[in-house]
Design a protein around this ligand. Sequence first.
Ligand code: HH2
Length: 273
Amino acid sequence: MRSRLSTERPRVMGVVNVTVDSFSDGGRYLGFDAALAHARRLIADGADILDLGAESTRPGAAPVAAEVEIDRLLPLIVALRAKSAIPISVDTMKPEVARAAIAAGATMWNDVTALRHAPESAAVAAELGCDIVLMHMQGEPGTMQAEPYYEDVVAEVVAFLEERAELAIWAGVARERIWLDPGIGFGKHPIRHNLPLLAGLDRIVALGFPVLLGASRKRFIGMLDGDADEEHRLGGSIAAALAGAAAGVAAVRVHDVRETVQALTVWHAIRSG
Ligand code: HH2
């Protein structure tokens, strides 16, 4: 699913949280049985990829030790692998967690720090040979929303992603394994920074790597819609996914898989005439 033909619709990556404090699911999927059931639901709903995460990046969320992440993720990856060939992404900043997940059958490392968390991250990505998502974030998860500042948010995110991709390639990551992600909501003002980024996605796509967009249920949607809470952001999430599709993103990371697949299928059918 990596090399999307321009005639295809974006792939849909379904979010599976195995955490206690994820901002959008409120920890509903903590626990193996619930996470597995949720993952199966997303596969049935048409997900092209699953993104499994065991550490929330929410501001103020408690850090999770690598062993705890591994304990939460591995049984899930093994159980999914036993029944399905769906590509599995693992949302972790820790190279040791990525290594364990890939050994258990995951196919993609989704690193919100773009290989900056540990000195050995880039070398581990090269060694694993898996797909790797390099995401932009200003600051650290705990404090990133305190005072995000940019002169030109789109230019700065483009420059950062280009630099991180170059570094990864220099460290031995194959070019065709690299994905880029603007990091909607990560060290960004919900309106002043996220909206220009969503409007400027084509400039990230123009870098020539597949682009992943994660805008689902994020705060800018609530702010644009009179403080809508996380459970009531589906319309805005779909609008953002369609904006991504129009700009040529390769995949969207979403919570509401069925509805997003439907929206993208209809969008694609209209575009294809
Ligand atoms: N957003 C979140 C987590 N991981 N990874 C990528 N590549 N892009 C994103 O936009 C992105 C991400 C959101 O944070 P989280 O606290 O994990 O909430 P949820 O997993 O419910 O979306």
